[in-house]
Ligand binder design. Structure first.
Ligand code: FE2
Ligand code: FE2
Length: 151
């Protein structure tokens, strides 16, 4: 990992540098969820690149909605699996999704008011990237293990 001057942490991924990439140690052991996480990381990466490369407000705004839509549908997938399998940790897991959704809408409002500032890039890294790694690493992994055991 190299820290570049624009404060985005770049990772080597398939020979190229990307700002944010899914890693095999984040696998939850359940393909449908892993595939969605990979797509989620790709969309976060697109957003980080757009903000850090100084793309215009309209272009960055598109990547924010593109990510927001995917997050909502991904949480929906996990919540359907939790309901279907009568997952015992459903309420605390769902509460974390709600918390993220609220934080994301705060970021969106900040963007609408101020545009793609460097502060926004830092906020995305702290609140979106860190949250995802933490949530997937603990909460989603626990769900994945449960679904696998039930399968
Ligand atoms: Fe989750
Ligand atoms: Fe997830």
């Amino acid at each position: 990992m190299v820290v570049l001057a624009n404060k985005v942490n770049y990772y080597k991924w398939g020979g190229i540098d990307v700002a944010f990439a899914w890693r095999p140690d984040l696998s939850v052991g359940f393909d449908e969820i892993d595939d969605q996480h990979k797509e989620l990381f790709a969309r976060v990466n697109t957003l980080l690149e757009a903000t850090s490369q100084g793309k215009g407000k309209e272009a960055v705004g598109r990547t924010i909605s593109y990510l927001g839509q995917y997050v909502a549908s991904h949480f929906g997938t996990e919540e359907r699996h939790m309901a279907r399998s009568q997952y015992p940790e459903v309420s605390s897991h769902k509460a974390q999704h709600v918390q993220f959704t609220n934080e994301f809408s705060t970021i969106k409002k900040k963007f609408e008011a101020e545009g793609p500032t460097s502060q926004l890039t830092i906020l995305i890294q702290r609140q979106v990237c860190d949250w995802l790694i933490n949530h997937i690493g603990k909460t989603d992994k626990a769900l994945g293990a449960f679904l696998r055991a039930k399968a």
